[in-house]
Design a protein around this ligand. Sequence first.
Ligand code: 5AD
Ligand code: SF4
Length: 439
Amino acid sequence: METFHIRTFGCQMNRHDSERMAGLLVEEGLTPVRDVQDADVVVFNTCCVREHAEDRMNGQLASLKVLKDDRVVLIAVGGCVGQKDRGRLLARHPHVDVVFGTQNLAELPSLLRSAETSGSVVSVSDGTAAPASELPSRRDRSWHAWIAIAVGCDNRCTYCIVPSVRGPERSRPLEDVVDEVSHAVADGVVEITLLGQNVNSYGRDLYSHPRFAELLEAVSAAGPQRVRFTTSHPKDLSDETIRVLADEPRVCRWLHLPVQSGSSRVLERMGRTYDRDDYLALVDRVYDAVPDIALTTDIMVGFPGETEEDFEDTLDIVGRCRFDQAFTFIYSPREGTPAVDMGAHVPRDVVQERFDRLVDLVKVSALTKNEALVGTVQDVLVEGPSKRDGTLLLARTEGNKIVHFLPPAGRTPEELVGTFLDVRIETASTWFLRGRIRG
Ligand code: 5AD
Ligand code: SF4
């Protein structure tokens, strides 16, 4: 075993877990490779939130068999599908050597060694162990660190498989999180993203009441230039957290606040525990406190029993909330979740037609918000050369929007990565902005 390749499916928590798996393997003396063909160890970090992600992963996993026919390669499957399917994964894909669960990440090096000498292994714990504190990380972006503040979820959204594969919510002690942030800052990280399925309830299990606003302040004081966080459940977003968003300059004025549906009837069936008016009132409070905040959301179409009227309520809420971006999903039935037994399946063509209408409206909303930035000067963090046009730089605003612009004369993209520049926004499109360095 000398080289490894990790393929990540799904959410930011998985991207973070992949960086930790990479850190552990580098510590074992392995070297990461870009091309799967060159890897002695291939790790799939998987997602089961929607069927589509799982199907894609299963297809790619099946095609790895060819690699194994050619030479000795170890294949490990971890993350949410590993947790859910366990030994069944081996039955379906006999060429897999290691299956590990969401709580078994730190065992990856020893599981690989064991598979190398004694054949396939499965390690999936159901425990409710405290989240691992700091593990080595090999960061994809040197200037950015993901920091998990809690793992698992105590909510019971009726469509969602996450609580069953990630377990109950367990927060990390505040000091532990702040220490990890300080270490990342000492390593040169300038932006951190705090992660949890519901960051707003952070601390409820450890301290008997949520302490997210306090954590945000403590993390900001540890020195990163930018602090982001995701995801916020609307029912738990406190006025204190909104105040920190408004007052703490290091906390980015960006909020991801999944609405899921604009219909109170559907929200109730989803088990979201807020209704349409609660959400609208919350969004008003957020805009009142932070008028220029970038607001993003998740929306699902085709939940069991969704009527045309329910869907029109969703379109209406999108119109009212002035979202900067919305991630739109078609409902995907997940075995073992309560929604599967609700019946009232919405026909595929109806769902698709609703989905297309929703996406059109989201695009209008995103463009309107981007156009409002034309003429403003934004403090942007450079990520590297633009993929569309290598002569341009790609950077992100505080609101997490992509901006393309020409580098300052005589500076290469490489030396600007991870630095901040002032850019005047000149034109806006739906998903990105163009600007010019303020001279
Ligand atoms: N089907 C479709 N979308 C889902 N999500 C979660 N579970 C499902 C499902 N079964 C969406 C929600 C969530 C986002 C991460 O994924 O919108 O906020
Ligand atoms: Fe799933 Fe709801 Fe928990 Fe989010 S809050 S992870 S949607 S159960």
